[in-house]
Design a protein around this ligand. Structure first.
Ligand code: ADP
Length: 158
């Protein structure tokens, strides 16, 4: 049986932490669908198209990945894609409470999905898109956290 999984997120912008999670997922599942949230409450810096383009470039070395974007509820998107597994990354303890709440709320709305959590390499377990943007806006370098082209895009934007 082929297993399709959805990895949803804002990805504003993609970091080595996200890439690490996709690399791990792509080794276990047949196809990983990256679902970029269009209506994120985080007020993204980049448009969905810009985030999609960066994601495609960052993941071009992985063959079983599809990049997509979605509006509305994640579970509705998963139903449309006939996908029953959602991947989420778990960093240091800070993610636990939010992810716990999301996973159980989604399960309450529909019990046809499971959320699978993956831990990144410890080098990325403290990394977030938010901190990356803060560093760039203060004039710092982020080359060890994101691909070079993402750093350039951020410097242009900020
Ligand atoms: P969201 O708005 O859905 O939290 P993010 O782009 O911040 O969007 O994160 C998407 C997913 O990737 C979440 O599951 C988040 O926990 C995970 N993630 C973000 N940064 C990292 C990282 N450095 N290492 C592992 N997982 C991460």
């Amino acid at each position: 049986m082929k297993t399709y999984v959805v990895y949803p997120g804002t990805f504003d912008p993609v970091t080595f932490g996200h890439i690490d999670i996709v690399e791990r997922s792509s080794k276990i599942f047949n196809q990983v669908i990256i679902a970029i949230a269009q209506n994120s409450f985080k007020k993204p810096l980049f448009t969905p198209d810009e985030r999609k383009e960066m994601m495609s470039k960052a993941l071009s070395h992985i063959h079983n990945v599809t990049i997509d974007s979605f509006e509305g509820l994640l579970i509705d998107y998963c139903k449309k894609k006939e996908c029953k597994i959602v991947i989420r990354g778990l960093r240091a303890i800070t993610d636990f409470e939010y992810e716990f709440q999301m996973a159980l709320t989604n399960r309450k709305i529909s019990d046809q999905f499971e959320t699978v959590f993956m831990m990144p390499n410890e080098a990325y377990s403290y990394l977030s898109s938010k901190i990356i943007k803060e560093i760039v806006s203060l004039g710092g370098r982020i080359s060890q956290f994101v691909p070079e082209f993402v750093e350039k895009k951020l410097q242009e934007k900020l």
